[in-house]
Design a protein around this ligand. Structure first.
Ligand SMILES: *Cc1c(COP(=O)(O)O)cnc(C)c1O
Length: 304
C-alpha cells in the first residue's frame, strides 16, 4: 500500500479571482508528512524495503528528511537523518517525532551529507531528496490523480528546488498523454538555480543560497531537470521572498492551510496576477506544502 494519500483537488475561488483565471490546487500540503515529498520518497523506501534494505539514511533537514522518517516508521525500518547545525529546532522535532534518529554534524549540508555517506553499508539505503528516478515515478502519481479526478488544464505551476517535483510532474504528464502541457517553474530570488541554468544554457552552481525558502535551496538543479528545460515547454519565473511569504499568509486566511514560502512561491503567481499566466485559462497549481514553517515564523519574515 502506498505511503502517500490521494489529495483533494480544489478550484480556488480566491486565487481564481486574484489571478483572473481558473486556478486549481492539488493539495499536497495535506500529505501525512506535510509535503508532496512522501509520494516519491515513500515509493523509493518501499522499493528498498522490498529489496531487503534494513536501514534508511537521509541528509535533509527539511521535508525530505521528514518524509524518510515517516516512511521508516510506517515500514518499521530505522532511519537516521544527518543534518547540519543550522537546521531549525522545528525540523529536528518533526523528524524525531517520527521516531527517527537525528545526527547533527557540520556547519552546512555538505558536511552533514559527507558524514551520512560515510555511514552507509550494504544494508542501508541512502534516500536522495530530489535526484532519483524512483522519486520521480512516485511524484508522478499526483498527475495520475488529477487526471482521474477529471480535470483538464492548460498549464502546471510548481516550485523548483533540485527539480525532483518538476521531473515527477513531467513523468506524470507524459504517462497520461499530456506531454504538450507547459510547466511554469517558480523559484525565489537567492535559490534560483534553474533560472540560472536556463540563462547560462548549462547547469551552474549558485555561490550560496540566500532565500528564506530553504526547501528550494539546491545550489545546482539535477541534470534531469535542466534537460527538461531543453526538451519541453518550461517557463522559469523568479519571485521575491517577500512575495512568497505574503502568499503564504493570504493562503492561510483563504484556505486555512499553512505552507512554507517554498510553496508560497507558486501561489504568489496567482495572488500577484502574474503575466506568466496570461495565456492560460485553467491552471493547475501544485500546493506542495512544507512542514517546517510556523505562523510565528511567517509573521516574523513578514515584519522583517
Ligand atoms: C522539496 C520541496 C520543494 C522543491 O522540490 P524539488 O524536488 O527539490 O524541486 C518545493 N516545496 C517544498 C515544500 C519542498 O519540500
Amino acid at each position: 500500500m502506498p505511503l502517500h494519500i490521494n489529495t483533494p483537488l480544489l478550484e480556488s475561488r480566491p486565487l481564481s479571482l486574484a489571478a483572473g483565471r481558473s486556478i486549481w490546487l492539488k493539495m499536497d500540503a495535506l500529505q501525512p508528512s506535510g509535503s508532496f515529498k512522501i509520494r516519491g520518497i515513500g515509493a523509493a523506501c518501499e522499493h528498498h524495503a522490498k529489496g531487503g534494505q534494513r536501514r534508511f539514511v537521509s541528509s535533509s533537514g527539511g521535508n525530505a528528511g521528514i518524509a524518510v522518517a515517516y516512511a521508516g516508521r510506517r515500514l518499521s525500518i530505522p532511519v537516521a537523518v544527518f543534518v547540519p547545525e543550522t537546521t531549525t529546532g522545528k525540523a529536528k522535532a518533526l523528524i524525531r517525532q517520527e521516531g527517527a534518529e537525528v545526527i547533527i554534524h557540520g556547519a552546512s549540508w555538505q558536511e552533514a551529507n559527507e558524514r551520512a555517506m560515510s555511514a552507509l553499508d550494504p544494508d542501508t539505503a541512502f534516500i536522495h531528496p530530489f535526484d532519483d528516478p524512483l522519486l520521480w515515478t512516485g511524484h508522478a502519481t499526483m498527475i495520475d490523480e488529477v487526471v482521474a479526478q477529471g480535470l483538464s488544464f492548460d498549464a502546471v505551476v510548481l516550485s523548483v528546488g533540485g527539480g525532483g517535483l518538476m521531473s515527477g510532474v513531467v513523468e506524470g504528464l507524459a504517462r497520461n498523454g499530456l506531454e504538450h502541457i507547459p510547466i511554469v517553474a517558480v523559484e525565489t530570488d537567492g535559490a534560483a538555480s534553474l533560472a540560472a541554468a536556463m540563462e547560462a544554457g548549462r547547469r551552474v552552481q549558485l555561490p550560496a543560497i540566500t532565500s528564506i525558502a530553504t526547501s528550494l535551496g539546491a545550489r545546482m538543479v539535477s541534470e534531469r531537470a535542466f534537460e527538461l528545460t531543453q526538451s519541453r515547454p518550461v517557463e522559469s519565473v523568479v519571485v521575491s521572498d517577500r512575495t512568497a511569504v505574503d502568499a503564504c499568509l493570504r493562503f492561510l486566511d483563504d484556505h486555512r492551510v499553512l505552507v512554507e514560502p517554498a510553496c508560497g512561491a507558486t501561489l504568489a503567481l496567482a495572488y500577484a496576477h502574474s503575466a506568466s499566466l496570461a495565456r492560460y485559462e485553467r491552471v493547475l497549481m501544485i500546493a506542495c506544502g512544507g512542514a517546517t514553517a510556523s505562523l510565528a515564523q511567517l509573521q516574523a519574515w513578514h515584519a522583517a
